[in-house]
Structures are given as C-alpha cells and as structure tokens.
Write a protein that binds this ligand. Sequence first.
Ligand code: AFP
Length: 359
Amino acid sequence: MLFGRTNVNKFLVEEQRRNPALAGDFSMLVSDIVRSCKAISHGVSRGALAGVLGDAGSDNVQGEAQKKLDVLANDAFLHHCEWGGHLAAMASEEMDDIYPIPAGNPRGDYLLVFDPLDGSSNIDVNLSVGSIFSILRCPGDIAKPTVEDFLQPGTQQVAAGYAIYGPATMLVLTVGNGVHGFTLDDEIGEFLLTHPDLKIAPETKEFAINTSNERFWEPPVRRYVEECLAGKTGERGKDFNMRWIASMVAEVHRILMRGGVFMYPRDSKDPSKPGRLRLMYEASPMAMIIEQAGGRASTGRTDLLKIKPDALHQRVPVILGSRSEVERLIRYHDEYDRGEDKPFTSPLFAERSLFAGGD
Ligand code: AFP
C-alpha cells in the first residue's frame, strides 16, 4: 500500500481527463490551493512554538477580531494562488474587497473564494480548525474582474473543498463527481486518497447547534430540537446526541464521516443578520460538498445552492447534513409558515409574529 495510494495531483488529472469542462489549468489551480493548505497546516501544528497564537490586533470586514493565524492563513492563500496564471481574482472572508491578481502576473478565467481559517476561536485552545474554498468561473472580463462576477449561486461552483487541521490534516474535495477525502502524509508532504466517494448516512442520531442561542430561534428549529431532546419517550422514539465544536469545518467533517445534522439557523439575535454564516465562504461550498455526498443543504426554506448572493459577505441561515433530518426541518419550516405546525411548549415560541418572515 506504501506506493499504491493516489495522491491529489493524480486524482485531479484523472478527473480533468474524465470531464473536459474542467478546462486547462484547473488541476494546477487546485494544486496551488493544496499548497496553501499545507502551509497553513504547518503553521497550525507548530502553534505556540511558531509564535502564531493570539490576536492580530486588527478587525476584519465583519468587525470580528482577527487572530494572527487568520491573517497568516489569508496571506498563504494569496501568496500561493496569485502567481500561477489560473485566476482572475480572489475573495476572502478576511478581506473587505475582492483581490484582483496583481498586475505583472498572468491571469486565468477562474475565481477563488475562501475562508482561510474557519473556527478561529479554537486556535488558541488547540482544537480543530479548517480552511474552506470554492472555485467559480469568471463570467466577465478577466482583465477587469468585479464583485458582480463573484455573485453566483452555489450551483455554478466548479469545485469546492475544505482542509481540516485536526489530529490528522485532511483535504475534502468535490469537483462535481462525488466527495473524496485525502490525508496529509507529513513524511512525503502529499495528500493521499484515503476516503474515496464519501456518502452521508441518510438517518442520524446526532445534531449540532449552539443551544445558547435557543431563545432567538424560530419555532420550527425549536420544535426539532425539543423532539431530539425528548429522546426515546418523545415524538422521535430514539435518543439523540448533541455535538458543538464551534468550527463548521469540523462539524461538516463529522457529518460526512458518520451522519448528523448541523444548524446555524435564522434567529432574532441581530435583526440585521439573517444568519451567522457567510453564504459564499462557508454555506455554498459546504452545501456543494454535502449534496455531492448525498445529503441536503437548506436555509430551512430555500436550497442553499440556489441562492444568488447580493453581496460578497452576505450571511444566511444554514441547515445541512443527513437528508432525512434536513427534509424534516424543511417540513417543519413549511408547516410553521402555513400555520399548520403543532403548538409549542414555550409561550415565547407560540408567538408567531416574533419570527414571521422569509429567509
Ligand atoms: P470564525 O471562523 O469567525 O471563528 O467563525 C466560525 C463559525 O463561523 C463557524 O465555523 C461555526 O459554526 C460558528 O462560527 C461558531 O459560532 P459560535 O460557537 O460562536 O456560535
């Protein structure tokens, strides 16, 4: 087995031969992304030894305090992906505006969107974090890429993936032909195919949601969670487990490995934000991965992949994972919107007008 495993480069070349639509330098672009992830993995694993823990002393466009590793990971993506000639521009959760490929470097007709370090609150406590990316084609003039070029629904993604920096570093990738997992072999510096054709179990007994936000949830989500908590004696007739890692990459990875449902739903915490997670950097790429693995991804009312972004840093409600659970949650939203849901135990959530409205 030592020499038998497919590395990510071979996998990509084979995918490109299978699908001629993955034009020209696609596999080389993904190789640049892979190099970024290896560099970030190295920084994350060195932690305090490399002096990379702690705050950077700056805020990102969302007004969130940046960690040193947020900034370093962002720089790693820019540095590894700006010179290859495959991209017209990049957009990052950590940058206010799009980043056109600097003058002097050749440009290609792909766009790269990324969250360089997801789950940054986990960095300083040595827990799992990850990077998320999405590749689009540039529909406009590659000499003058604009924000509008990036505002495409998730269905237009050419590829999506993430790297998880956990006990082992893994890369999980889809180019529209299933979802495949590669594990980084530090000794040879390569990602090797270890988890081909991942499929999400359709049924589950695990859910992930930040229950400290319970008072802000809409009634359909409260109904779902109440039923899970009631366990064997309740509506669902089985006991559930709850998990919360505070890194979407880690939650999605667990769901890919053994099923489950992840929710960061619409809530009333901050009326200016319809959800916590970012559509282009988190929701769309993860939705592509989840659906390619046989799961389902929704806001509760709309398929995540069908949403055309209005803005680069737009936020959305996210419900994704095992198909049957997500479909149950969609049904609960529908029943609530049509006034056909069951009464709720809490008077707060029986007050329909508090949460009325769409996504
Ligand atoms: P950061 O990368 O900005 O730390 O955010 C991570 C994240 O967007 C997502 O990965 C988690 O699911 C979510 O935030 C966790 O948020 P809370 O635990 O604070 O609710």
